[in-house]
Design a protein around this ligand. Sequence first.
Ligand SMILES: C[S@@+](CC[C@H](N)C(=O)[O-])C[C@H]1O[C@@H](n2cnc3c(N)ncnc32)[C@H](O)[C@@H]1O
Length: 214
Amino acid sequence: MTYQEWKQSSGNKVIASSPFSEKIFDFIPESGRVLDLGSGDGRISQVIQKHGFETYGMDINPTAINLAKTQPDLVGIAFSVQDAKATTYEDAFFDAVIEQAVLACVEKSDRTTVLTEVHRILKSGGVFSIAEFGFEESLHERYEHDALLSGEYGTVVVKSDDGMKPFRSHHFRSEELDTLVQDAGFEIIQSTHPNFSTRSGHTHPGHQYIVRKV
Ligand SMILES: C[S@@+](CC[C@H](N)C(=O)[O-])C[C@H]1O[C@@H](n2cnc3c(N)ncnc32)[C@H](O)[C@@H]1O
């Protein structure tokens, strides 16, 4: 899915199933300032706020952000419409940034830009939590087929069942994520590779990383 399509998609149809690991909370100071990057309609922002952190959420999709802003459960969270490639936050503003399946939607050529932006807005020593779906060898034929549309092997084009436009989702190899985060100036503190459940109930390899700005 292109940025334009994410902007146009309906907020109450944000597709989000990557499991959130609360391990990141052990690395954030009490009452720390935390950003939910690509928050959609606030699924993860709500968990962050419940843990007592000063919570921010941003997404390129205005419909999703407007929906988040009207939810009684999400009052007090600073939501805004922004592009993760270039946000308006000050340098070293956050103690932690959390992203769940957002890099997957970002085109290959822009992934380093997004990670460099996360690095900029994190405090020195600040932490970044990443959850992404993993590469699955058995999907070889689908990867080949969908690459004709997405331009990248390992990226699937997901057709929604609710009328939303098809969107792209990249499945990362762990080495690919390692290189991306390290090249952007992060040190990997933890990386685990649990199975995730998809919306359709299937099991799929996943990655959960906690990295630190060095
Ligand atoms: C799969 S959804 C995940 C939503 C949320 N992180 C969750 O797990 O509930 C991916 C989200 O990334 C957002 N997104 C995609 N590209 C973005 C960008 N360049 N800047 C900000 N958000 C973006 C989409 O609008 C969408 O809400």
